[in-house]
Design a protein around this ligand. Structure first.
Ligand code: PRP
Length: 179
């Protein structure tokens, strides 16, 4: 692991190490395994940012489950949310399903609000959200996130699925923009 990295024109410093992320995921998976022991949850991965978190979390799920993907885009190549969210999903039927949406970060919450409004039309039995990061100081909507990895300040972070202009997603640690 490097303490400092450069992506295009920006420098970033180490913020949350891989070991801490993985240890937290073990705890979240234990919680989900317990909460869904009598159910068959469907995990809905929100592309692209949630890819790494979803893979690590799913490897620790012990209950029988299904996996679906959806694409949500709000940032473009900018560092702030654009305010409009584009959703793309396959023809999925979520009726009566117990859904667990997997996200990398809940920032303003606009993406999750849009997604929840869309998914609710399919009349699932239940919906919960798992996010490796939330930013309580940035949130502008009232979405409930049941499984939270880390609450962080309103900072620009990359790594572990999160990108800066599409770079940095592959990093196993999370980095913060150097000020
Ligand atoms: C990021 C992230 C969330 C959303 C959070 O997605 O993955 O989906 O923004 O921001 P919000 O709470 O302010 O809506 P992005 O649009 O960057 O797409 P990506 O996952 O493909 O990187």
């Amino acid at each position: 692991m490097k303490n400092q990295i450069k992506l295009l024109d920006k420098e970033f410093v180490l913020f949350i190490e891989e070991d801490r992320i993985q240890n937290r995921i073990i705890q979240i998976a234990d919680q989900i395994n317990n909460d869904y022991k009598d159910k068959i949850p469907t995990f809905l991965i929100v592309l692209k940012g949630a890819l790494l978190f979803a893979a690590d979390l799913l490897k620790r799920i012990k209950v029988r489950c299904k996996v679906e993907v959806i694409s949500a885009k709000s940032y473009g190549n900018e560092m702030e949310s654009s305010g409009t969210v584009k959703l793309k999903h396959l023809e999925s039927n979520f009726k009566n399903k117990d859904l667990i949406i997997i996200e990398d970060v809940i920032d303003t919450g606009l993406t999750m609000k849009t997604l929840l409004d869309d998914i609710n039309k399919y009349e699932p039995n239940s919906i919960e959200v798992a996010a490796i990061l939330t930013k309580p100081n940035a949130i502008k909507t009232n979405v409930k996130i049941k499984y939270v990895g880390f609450e962080i300040d309103n900072l620009f972070v990359v790594g572990y699925g999160l990108d800066y202009a599409e770079f940095g997603r592959e990093l196993p640690d999370i980095y913060v923009l150097k000020v």
